[in-house]
Design a protein around this ligand. Structure first.
Ligand SMILES: *Cc1c(COP(=O)(O)O)cnc(C)c1O
Length: 359
């Protein structure tokens, strides 16, 4: 028998979340962001559920090739643009749209030989201070691109640093509007958080939204709002089973470092899931886990292949009992929050050794 751990990708949930995002941004076209191998879900595995999107946005040229290999003929956008001049050949060959965030990328375009003018997304740095042209340099970049025969359409994009939080998007949105005023071309500014929280404003939702995490059923602003609040369903469930049960006496510890010590006799279970499966090693005692559908808690340190759980709330549980680490019945955001991280990191880190099925 194979080790009992298994991840399931829920095609129906992906479709549902896409629909939900369309409701949040009526009239806008929608990039399904599938970077990082579709946030750990697997590009090939989410394709059926997300093919209702208007385009796929990603970073890696190899991932773009995989989307084309699935038969997708619609738009594909490279969110960070090309990394070296010869990447432009693949952009021409596969009709990839690409972000342009610095002058070197424009230099490379100017030297590129192509009969097919490229669709580029000119990126403004409106305050995130990661990628993009500074406000005072955007128009010069736009003028340079406009003059190139290698460039067809020029769209305009920026990325918000605080769409999920109290600071909000107002300052960055004002910069974007001021700097791009009067320039032709489509606009795209909203990630998941901006799509769900700010896209009631038709100007903000603009021509294209770019949700990632919400398509996979994660809340972009947990714990302020959970996935249920946003009407999202988990697209990944990580399940395993108990492979052993035991008991601790008062004073007994469990796991490496003896970080948890029982204060009274208690039953414990050992789950076939560890950090080599992508479960966060830094999840502390108390992190929620479901056993036979009942909510209980992690005990002690997570090890490479196993973790331990409290069986007090589930007295009937025994070896073989079903365990849910996250997904249906246990929001990934809650597990991530307990571990001091975000759902994004957990889903992206699902390890290659975990067998995945698609339902
Ligand atoms: C990753 C990414 C997104 C999607 O972000 P989410 O928070 O997952 O919705 C959107 N735009 C850009 C430029 C990105 O890099």
């Amino acid at each position: 028998m194979p080790r009992p751990i298994q991840a399931t990708i829920h095609t129906g949930a992906l479709r549902h979340n896409l629909e939900r995002l369309r409701q949040a941004a009526p009239g806008a076209r929608l990039w399904a962001v599938v970077k990082a191998n579709a946030y750990g879900h697997g590009i090939e595995r989410v394709f059926e559920g997300l093919r209702g999107a208007d385009g796929f946005a990603l970073l890696d040229l190899a991932e773009a090739e995989r989307v084309r290999a699935l038969g997708w003929r619609g738009p594909i956008l490279l969110l960070e643009g090309v990394f070296e001049p010869r990447d432009l050949e693949l952009c021409s060959r596969l009709s990839l749209w690409h972000a342009v965030h610095d002058d070197a990328q424009i230099d490379w375009l100017a030297m590129h030989k192509t009969h097919q003018p490229h669709h580029v997304f000119l990126k403004l740095n409106s305050g995130m201070n990661r990628l993009g042209f500074a406000p005072e340099r955007l128009r010069a970049a736009h003028a340079r691109l406009s003059a190139l025969p290698q460039v067809g359409e020029i769209s305009l994009m920026t990325h918000f640093s605080d769409a999920d939080g109290a600071r909000g998007i107002a300052a960055q949105w004002a910069v974007f509007q001021r700097v791009t005023e009067g320039l032709p071309g489509e606009r795209s500014v909203c990630n998941s958080a901006a799509t769900l929280r700010h896209a009631q404003d038709a100007a903000v939702r603009a021509d294209w939204v770019r949700p990632g995490i919400a398509a996979y059923g994660g809340s972009p602003d947990f714990p302020a709002h959970d996935a249920a609040h946003w009407g999202l369903q988990p697209a990944m469930t990580l399940r395993s089973r108990l492979i052993a049960t035991g008991s601790l006496q008062a004073g007994d510890s469990i796991g490496y470092g003896s970080t948890f010590t029982a204060e009274r006799p208690m039953r414990v279970g050992v789950v076939a899931c560890g950090y080599a499966d992508g479960y966060p090693r830094h999840a502390p005692t108390g992190t929620p886990v479901l056993v036979d559908g009942v909510r209980t808690r992690l005990l002690g340190r997570v090890s490479m292949d196993m973790l331990s759980v409290d069986l007090e709330p589930v007295p009937q549980a025994g070896p073989g009992s079903a365990v849910t680490l996250w997904g249906q019945g246990l929001p990934i955001d809650e597990v991530a929050h307990a571990a001091g991280t975000i759902g994004y990191e957990l889903m992206c880190a699902l390890a290659p050794r975990v067998p995945v099925q698609v339902d």
